[in-house]
Design a protein around this ligand. Structure first.
Ligand code: NI
Length: 149
């Protein structure tokens, strides 16, 4: 049976501040630049969720898009939309980098989606900043080094 991968797009707006207690104030500023601003700032995050599977012989589809939408709305969008990411319990001891955010979204969704079907999660933070994770051993692939371009 032929397989295909379907990707759906979701959006949420959230505030955050990049800061780690592992670094001094000066090192935080040097590492994170204006993202370390104590007042925080916001992004219009875009999340891509890719699901792989057999093309159903009856529906000719890989997945029920509405079911995925409800799941992602409940697990991801409602959790983060118009919130401060730094206040999320999962970020109590983690910096709210795009790398950590894409990992968290993967970890939240992989528990809810049938085993082996979640192929990839992508997060756009800014115009020039995209993060993705596919559960691979290599971990997070950061495609662009430029922050907040
Ligand atoms: Ni930021």
């Amino acid at each position: 049976m032929a397989q295909a991968t379907v990707t759906r797009r979701y959006r949420f707006c959230a505030a955050h501040r990049l800061h780690t207690d592992l670094l001094s104030p000066e090192e935080n500023c040097a590492t994170f630049g204006k993202c370390n601003n104590p007042n925080g700032h916001g992004h219009n995050y875009v999340v891509f969720v890719s699901v792989t599977g057999d093309i159903d012989p009856t529906t000719h589809q890989v997945l029920d898009g509405q079911r995925l939408d409800h799941m992602v709305e409940r697990i991801v969008v409602q959790r983060f939309d118009h919130r401060d990411l730094n206040e999320d319990v999962e970020f109590a001891n983690q910096t709210t980098t795009g790398e950590n955010l894409v990992l968290l979204i993967w970890n939240l969704l992989v528990k809810a989606i049938p085993e082996g079907r979640l192929a990839k999660v992508g997060v756009i933070e800014t115009r020039d900043n995209y993060f993705e994770y596919s559960g691979s051993a290599e971990g997070v692939q950061k495609e662009y080094e430029v922050r907040h371009g």
